[in-house]
Design a protein around this ligand. Structure first.
Ligand code: CTP
Length: 406
């Protein structure tokens, strides 16, 4: 048993069933315990083992229990959970739910619970539009079931129309809403960069750095958990991006600048956690340069992304990171002012136990007003929350200023 809140994820037999693995991960990233139940048809698309490996828990399968298996699991499986989420939900599952059927372990479980239910349908457009499906949906909605999607678009069968499973962030938003999870960044758009950049020097080689991306990913994850719509511009990272944020992959500093610049106008804040190369090769050979005794490699300065965005800002909050080795606070304050930022997070990279590649970090947060805040050594997730606590205040104050002026 854990003290985490639990949700029951019911997966049924749609081609979108593979997306349920990513959905389970996104739910877990909200801090939820995920219990998975699968219909028979779902097992044709994805295996229980996938979910057991992901969630660490037993999957409830459709077949009625064999001798020796827990006999009452259709009753006990939802106990203590906060919510049932059926995603993807086929026309058949929706029909069985509407009809109150209990013809297998999964539908029996659905009938034996009074938890709130969210359904994310996924099916062919004709099946979705069929009056039978539409009246089943209307009936379930009248009983308080919440529907997310489906979306319109190209379907697996080649048809065009409604029937695609809602996007994962949309489903996550519905879950957050139902569970009233903390959402002090709800309605905010954040642009976060993470990882290191690679600057090509010839067709095979590049200049890189040791950034792991862990701090930026922790920030993106925490911001999404707190309700923000996050776009992560990810350079080269040792870790996977969170499932519930939109991620754009880049390699070079120039590509990162392009992606940031394009998205910057619509966001509330830009957090530059990426380790951006300060220099790039003046000339990049299109072939692999042959070995010689000496290679003089002229480097030219890259555009400072934060500096460029500071020139373009309207009301966006700008937060940067400073990797310093000595007199770290003074160096950080100098950078905060020089780069015209609202916040700077200072890392002492002379210490091996924190910073690059480590799971923990210890930082000092500086803003233009207010005292420096020292966040003592903690997992990067905790540090991310401390940074976001300050960012929320900066965003909210800015809005209030804007409103007063307007
Ligand atoms: N940064 C950026 N664009 C660059 C280089 C850095 O936006 N081309 C951002 C980083 O993401 C970080 C902040 O600037 O948030 C500080 O980067 P850092 O390299 O420590 O500072 P510099 O301004 O390069 O100063 P110096 O190397 O002299 O310490």
């Amino acid at each position: 048993m854990t003290d985490k809140e639990s949700v029951v994820l019911v997966v049924s037999g749609s081609i979108a069933a593979y997306k349920a693995a990513e959905l389970a991960r996104a739910l877990m990233e909200l801090g939820l315990d995920v219990r998975v139940a699968m219909t028979r048809a779902a097992e044709r698309f994805i295996t229980p083992l996938t979910f057991e490996a992901l969630t660490g828990g037993r999957v409830l399968r459709a077949g009625f229990p064999e001798p020796g298996e827990p006999p009452m699991e259709h009753i006990t499986f939802t106990r203590g959970a906060r919510l049932v989420l059926a995603a993807p939900a086929t026309a058949d599952l929706i029909a069985r739910m509407a009809g109150g059927l209990a013809d297998d372990n999964v539908t029996s479980m659905l009938l034996a619970t009074d938890l709130p239910v969210i359904v994310a349908p996924a099916m062919n457009v004709m099946m979705y539009r069929h009056p039978a499906t539409q009246s089943n949906i209307a009936l379930l909605a009248s009983r308080g079931v919440m529907f997310v999607g489906p979306e319109a678009g190209e379907l697996a069968c080649g048809d065009e129309g409604e029937g695609r499973l809602a996007r994962i962030p949309q489903i996550i938003t519905a879950v957050r809403e139902k569970l009233s999870l903390g959402d002090d960044l709800a309605g905010r758009k954040l642009l976060i960069t993470a990882g290191g950049t690679r600057e090509p020097i010839d067709a095979a080689r590049y200049i890189g750095n040791r950034s792991s991306g862990k701090m930026g990913v922790a920030l993106a994850h925490a911001a999404a958990r707190r309700g923000a719509r996050v776009t992560l511009v990810a350079g080269v990272m040792d870790v996977e991006p969170p499932a519930n944020v939109e991620t754009v992959r880049v390699e070079s500093a120039a590509a990162m600048l392009d992606e940031v610049e394009r998205r910057f106008p619509g966001v509330d804040a830009l957090v530059m956690a990426a380790a951006v190369a300060d220099y790039r090769a003046e000339q990049v050979s299109g072939h692999k340069v042959k070995k010689t005794k000496r290679w003089d490699l002229p480097l030219v300065e890259n555009t400072d992304i934060l500096g460029r965005m500071a020139e373009r800002r309207q009301s966006q909050i700008l937060a940067g990171f400073a990797a310093e080795t000595h007199d770290v606070e003074a160096a950080g304050r100098e950078k905060l002012l020089r780069k015209n930022l609202d916040m700077i997070v200072i890392n002492d990279v002379s210490r091996a136990d924190i910073g690059f590649g480590a799971d923990e970090n210890e930082v000092t947060i500086l803003t233009r007003q207010g005292a420096p805040e020292r966040v003592t050594k903690a997992p990067k997730e905790r540090v991310a929350d401390a940074i976001l606590d300050r960012l929320v205040v900066l965003i909210n104050n800015r809005k209030r200023r804007g409103e007063a002026a307007g």
